[in-house]
Design a protein around this ligand. Structure first.
Ligand code: CTP
Ligand code: CA
Length: 224
């Protein structure tokens, strides 16, 4: 009841997000993916919509339903995710890159299903690097307010601060990979130009609402 009388923090704003894993094919029936469930990205899309924003969610393969009122664009590969983001980035106020994007794709994708052979017990895959969607959006001349995510396995404070600077973004949200992938709860560390602060362990929808408040607050302080 009280929520209905609170100001909508992102009213009139347009928010673009990526979420979930990507899937990089090896052959027509196999591929390489990762353990991202999409839960944090979907929770953030829902929270942004609740806060009054017009929300577009570019999603890799997940088992989740699109949040109410959110336009979802389904993609599979990192290249498709890059294309979908760039087809929709113009006019966005905020870009939140939550997806666990594959850093590499298989260079020698087979047209046919790979078959086992009796005399060959090893398989050689070669890889080429995927474009960095977040870095490319952050390099646009009229860029939206860019928020990145980083799942690290250790040294979060050091890696998070360094990654924010390297990606040239105002806000980077860090978490520990094995504490978040597939889980309903998480804990976040926010890195900005002033240092870092923590959002303690909570369910992802609660964290998403807190994060939307943090982003909305910083957006009003940012001179374009
Ligand atoms: N990201 C992206 N496109 C990529 C890779 C990453 O948009 N091709 C985004 C992610 O969505 C995330 C941020 O970049 O918001 C950081 O991703 P991360 O994998 O932690 O960073 P990398 O620069 O890929 O570094 P690392 O070598 O640690 O994987
Ligand atoms: Ca990466």
């Amino acid at each position: 009841i009280i929520a209905a009388f609170q100001p909508k923090l992102l009213a009139g704003r347009r928010v673009l997000l990526t979420a979930g894993p990507t899937f990089e094919p090896i052959d027509p029936v196999r591929g390489i993916t990762n353990l991202s469930s999409g839960k944090m990205g979907y929770a953030l899309a829902r929270a942004a919509r609740e806060a009054g924003a017009e929300v577009v969610l570019v999603s890799g393969p997940t088992a989740l339903d699109a949040p109410y009122g959110v336009r979802r664009i389904d993609v599979r590969t990192a290249q498709q995710m890059h294309d979908a983001v760039f087809a929709n980035v113009s006019g966005q106020d905020i870009f939140i890159a939550v997806a666990a994007v594959a850093d590499w794709r298989v260079a020698n994708v087979s047209d046919q299903k790979l078959k086992k052979t009796a005399d060959d017990d090893s398989l050689q895959l070669s890889f080429e690097q995927n474009a960095d969607i977040l870095a490319d959006v952050a390099a646009l001349p009229k860029r939206p307010y860019c928020v990145g995510f980083a799942a690290e396995s250790e040294n979060l404070e050091q890696y998070g601060a360094a990654k924010r600077v390297k990606k040239n973004i105002p806000l980077l949200v860090g978490n520990i990979g094995h504490q978040t992938f597939g889980k309903n709860e998480n804990a976040l560390t926010l890195f900005d130009d002033k240092g870092h602060t923590s959002l303690p362990r909570a369910d992802k929808q609660t964290l998403a609402r807190q994060l939307v408040r943090e982003i909305a607050h910083r957006l009003t302080q940012t001179v374009a």
